[in-house]
Design a protein around this ligand. Structure first.
Ligand code: DC
Length: 227
C-alpha cells in the first residue's frame, strides 16, 4: 500500500546498541512528528522481571509469556496494575535481559504484540529496539541505525544510572555495555545488525537537540519521497 493512499500508519524503526540514545531520541522524534513511541526493550525487560520473580531460568522465559499482563500508559510500563517502569531498569534485570531476549520462543512469542503496538496509533509509531528494521517491521517507512562510540555510550549510561541513585564505575559500565552488545549481535535469532537500507546516525559528540533535528529531517524527507 503506498503512502499516497494515506491509510497505512507510518512506521519509523530506530535500532542500535545499548546507550546510543535510542530511548531519549525516539521519544522526542515521536513527539515532534505526532507519532507514538514504542520501546520494545521495555517489553523484553518486563518479561525478564517476571522470569526473575517467578524463579525461572532464562531458558524457561517463554513459559512466562502466557500470563504476562503488560501495558504501556502515559510513558509508564505496567505489569497488571503494578507500575514497573523503574524495576525493569535495575542492574539485576539488565544483567539477564539479553539472555532472555535470545530465546527463540520468546522472540517468536513477542513478535505480533510488537507489530500490534506499532500499528495501534492512527498516524503511526516510532519503534526502538534491536531488530525493528530487520525483523519486526522489515518494510518500515524509515530505518535509522543509531550508534555512538562505546566510550560515549558508557558515559551516558553512567550518568543515567547515577540519576537513579545507582553507583558504578565508567570501566564497569563500559565493559557491561560491550558484553551486552556482543551477546545481542551474536545471537542466532534476530541479532542486532544494521539493516542494509537503514541510515546510520552516529551520536558521538552530538547533543540531543542536534540528533533529534538530524533524524526529523531524515524522516520528513523520506516520507515526502514516499508521497
Ligand atoms: O534497549 P534496552 O537496553 O532496554 O534493551 C534491553 C535488551 O532487550 C537488549 O539488551 C536486547 C533486548 N532487545 C531485543 O533483543 N530486541 C529488541 N527489539 C529490543 C531489545
Amino acid at each position: 500500500m503506498s503512502r499516497k493512499q494515506g491509510v497505512r500508519p507510518v512506521v519509523v524503526a530506530i535500532d542500535g546498541p545499548a546507550g546510543a540514545g535510542k530511548s531519549t531520541i525516539s521519544a522526542l522524534v515521536a513527539e515532534r512528528m505526532g507519532l507514538v513511541r514504542v520501546d520494545t526493550g521495555a517489553i523484553y525487560r518486563a518479561l525478564t522481571l517476571a522470569v526473575i520473580e517467578e524463579g525461572r531460568t532464562d531458558d524457561e522465559a517463554a513459559a512466562c509469556l502466557g500470563a504476562l499482563d503488560l501495558r504501556f500508559e502515559g510513558g509508564r510500563c505496567f505489569l497488571g496494575t503494578r507500575d514497573v517502569s523503574d524495576e525493569i531498569r535495575t542492574p539485576e534485570v539488565t544483567a539477564r535481559v539479553s539472555s532472555v531476549a535470545a530465546q527463540p520462543a520468546v522472540r517468536a512469542g513477542l513478535l505480533s504484540a510488537q507489530r500490534q503496538l506499532g500499528r495501534a496509533h492512527g498516524r503511526g509509531a516510532v519503534l526502538e529496539g534491536r531488530d525493528i528494521g530487520t525483523v519486526v517491521f522489515p518494510d518500515a517507512d524509515v530505518k535509522i541505525f543509531l550508534t555512538a562510540s562505546a566510550e560515549a555510550r558508557a558515559e551516558r549510561r553512567l550518568k543515567e544510572l547515577a540519576s537513579r541513585g545507582v553507583q558504578s564505575s565508567f570501566e564497569a559500565v563500559r565493559a557491561a555495555l560491550i558484553e551486552r552488545d556482543r551477546f545481542d549481535s551474536e545471537r542466532d535469532v534476530a541479532p542486532l545488525v544494521q539493516a542494509p537500507d537503514a541510515i546510520c546516525v552516529d551520536t558521538t559528540g552530538k547533543d540531543i537537540a542536534q540528533v533529534v533535528e538530524e533524524i526529523s529531517v531524515i524522516v520528513r524527507d523520506r516520507l515526502a519521497a514516499l508521497q
